[in-house]
Design a protein around this ligand. Structure first.
Ligand code: WTA
Length: 664
């Protein structure tokens, strides 16, 4: 690495170091290039010449009931895209494909965790959505209302979302792993009129009740809810599902009997499509607002080009949960807008065996797989024998989302899942951005493992220093310097918080909360949230880079790194490490890993303390909870742990941390 590429000195004199150089490059494979949608820079050139005209052209690929004249009204930080146009999102996802003769195309191959399956065509999905929309209307849901949805990964979930979109009600999907209190808070903030839920779902072979949680949520608040619609998923396996007379209705008793036609509402492009709550720095979750026209434009565009989608032949699988934004944009709205065929899977990757995903890919001949690095690292930990038993040759494009993907996991994914023939697209975006913002294009971009590469056409992503000056090469803060069609329109009910959270740190720029660096070739490397950047002896060291170095060691499966206060160096590097199956921890091992990090990055990044653990504390969406790890590392009280998937992990870690010597 060139010396001048090593650091950027900001106005305040701080140094953001990027120590870890990833040298390998992967040009697009010929097999992809030959049929790819994009093999030259014309889309980028078009967008660079006039980004509003570029997005307007993409928007015109949708069907509008009334075409728009106005492209962008930008009253910083409030954007309105295509505001005088009218359209309906469910019409664009369903009717127009059926009208084009694609009614028999499969929209979803659904597979339940117990092994049950359903194939749903576009024509069937349209019917089911129309019936559900009529049922919602019969319960008094009107255009402009909010509907809360708390469901497992079953087909009725996208049906319910699209039914809301059809009649102009906004949905607020609450991830099925959230607690009753979390559900109540979200219902109250949105003042939802109806709640759609299920008796429960299957997880790791066990029935998990949902209706009981919904009842708990409604028993101490959430007074706005007039009716609860309950999908029967578990049936007799459900632990007593009680139904409140007059309030609760079974889905199968009210939906199938409805008329099969339901005319779609002509919605304004800026009408609310959905709310999705995401955690901020305060205890109160933020209701991120997404609207119809711009959102659908960008999710359709990105889904098509980022995955090089050929909807006639591809079988696409996004293994996220619809309860998160990835599922909203890339299981429901993007794929359906593009008439894609998707796989939808209810359960966990290790039920009944650790090869469940690979067996799904083999059976449905999945061509595009989109998942999170945490899943990939889990599979690395489990070993390659689970993949080797299956034919994965149908795969052609692999995607990653949700956190920085360390080069080792990237290469493992490319090699063992993709058979060294599938480009890996590392896609950076957020609940707030609504759609993918930074990503390679499979037929065009030369990949570097661990880099999300470049902003997509029409997206202006820039790295800036503390003073907000653009950084051409080196590290800093990731910002977006122009509005984009799928951007959040605000925080529900709190415009001041919207302005303060995203637009105040760097005037005129959206600040994403992420650190990033630009390398000598202009590639973007995401470095994690900025509060995950440590300061060791005046040097900023990214937790992500230390984690990558640790995972690069042959014995390490997963690592999470946090900074803890240190009297001498300001902060010290603390690493929580999970070893691969079968590796014994001995006295030398911690020292070997420290040496490894020092050799990969430099002595400054050498962890002071390494805590070996069987599991890391994760949210139910799979994100490592660094806040908790910081608290463990600092010996602090552990605040709120309700979003943890497994509560016992933290106690275990605390015990280990306190039994570790503070210094070597
Ligand atoms: C992180 C998920 C690095 C980032 C779509 C962002 C990533 C946060 C990537 C948003 C990526 C997401 N590389 N980091 N490819 N994708 N992130 O709202 O810190 O659940 O700010 O949206 O995840 O998480 P969210």
């Amino acid at each position: 690495m060139a010396e001048d590429d090593r650091s950027t000195t900001t106005d305040q004199g701080a140094t953001i170091e990027d120590f870890l150089a990833e040298e390998r490059t992967f040009p697009p494979p010929k097999s992809i290039v030959s049929g790819a949608l994009v093999t030259d820079r014309s889309l980028y050139d078009e967008a660079d010449a006039d980004f509003e005209a570029f997005w307007a052209d993409r928007a015109r690929e949708l069907t509008w009931f009334e075409p728009f004249e106005s492209v962008l009204e930008w009253d910083l930080p409030f954007a309105r895209w295509f505001a005088d146009g009218r359209l309906n999102v469910s019409y664009n996802c369903l009717d127009r494909h059926v009208e084009a003769g694609l009614g028999d195309r499969v929209a979803y191959h659904f597979e339940g965790e117990p092994g049950d399956s359903r194939t749903i065509t576009y024509a069937e999905l349209l019917e089911e959505v129309s019936r559900c929309a009529n049922a919602l209307r019969s319960l008094g849901v009107e255009r402009g209302d909010r509907v809360a949805i708390y469901m497992p990964m079953v087909p009725e979930l996208p049906v319910a979302m699209l039914a809301c979109a059809r009649i102009g009600a906004a949905h607020s999907v609450v991830f099925g792993g959230f607690s009753a209190d979390a559900l109540r808070d979200r219902i109250e903030d949105a003042e939802a009129k109806v709640l759609i839920t299920a008796d429960g779902g299957w997880r790791r072979g066990q029935p998990v009740a949902l209706k009981a949680n919904a009842d708990a949520a409604l028993s101490n608040g959430a007074r706005s809810i007039e009716h609860v619609v309950v999908v029967r998923r578990l049936g007799d396996a459900a632990p007593d599902t009680s139904m409140a007379e007059g309030r609760d209705l079974w889905w199968h008793e009210i939906v199938p009997s409805q008329p099969v036609h339901c005319p779609p509402e002509a919605m304004g492009a800026e009408d609310l499509l959905y709310l999705l709550y995401t955690s901020g720095t305060t205890a109160k979750p933020k209701g991120i607002m997404h609207t119809t026209g711009g959102y659908l434009t960008q999710v359709a565009f990105t889904h098509r080009y980022v995955f090089d989608l050929h909807p006639e032949t591809d079988v696409y699988w996004c293994a996220a949960d619809i309860g998160w934004v990835t599922g909203h944009s890339y299981i429901v709205y993007g794929p359906l807008a593009n008439a894609a065929t998707s796989v939808m899977y209810e359960g966990t990757p290790d039920h009944p065996g650790r090869d469940r995903w690979w067996s799904i890919i083999e059976r449905y001949k999945v061509t595009i797989l989109y998942c999170a690095p945490t899943a990939i690292r889990t599979f690395m930990k489990w070993g390659t024998e689970h993949l080797e038993a299956h034919d994965l040759s149908s795969l052609r494009v692999l995607g990653s989302v949700g956190e920085p993907i360390n080069p080792e996991a990237w290469v493992w994914y490319w090699q063992h899942v993709g058979g060294e023939r599938c480009p890996v697209v590392d896609t950076w975006w957020q609940t707030e951005t609504g759609a993918i913002m930074i990503s390679p294009l499979p037929g065009l971009t030369t990949l570097k493992p661990g880099s999300a590469t470049f902003p997509l056409p029409g997206v202006a992503a820039e790295v800036v220093d503390d003073a907000g000056t653009r950084v051409e090469r080196g590290g800093g803060y990731l910002t977006l310097s122009r509005p984009w069609p799928a951007m959040l329109r605000g925080i529900y009910g709190d415009p001041a918080r919207y302005r303060e959270t995203y637009w105040s740190r760097f005037p005129g720029r959206y600040f994403a909360g992420d650190g990033a660096k630009v390398d000598q070739d202009g590639y973007l490397w995401l470095l994690g949230r900025v509060d995950d950047v440590m300061n060791v002896s005046g040097h900023r060291v990214s937790t992500t880079e230390v984690e990558s170095a640790l995972v690069d060691h042959p014995t390490v499966a997963e690592a999470a790194v946090v900074g803890a206060t240190d009297a001498t160096t300001g902060q010290a590097v603390i690493a929580f490490v999970t070893l691969k199956a079968g590796v014994e921890v001995d006295e030398e091992h911690g020292e070997a890993l420290r040496r490894h990090v020092a050799s990969k990055i430099g002595p400054i990044a050498r962890p002071r303390t390494i805590i070996f653990t069987e599991d890391l504390p994760k949210t139910r969406s799979g994100k490592i909870m660094r806040r908790l790890l910081r608290d463990v590392a600092e010996g602090r009280d552990l605040g709120d742990t309700t979003t943890l998937a497994d509560q016992s992990v933290v106690e275990e870690l605390r015990t280990r941390a306190t039994s570790q010597p503070a210094e070597e």
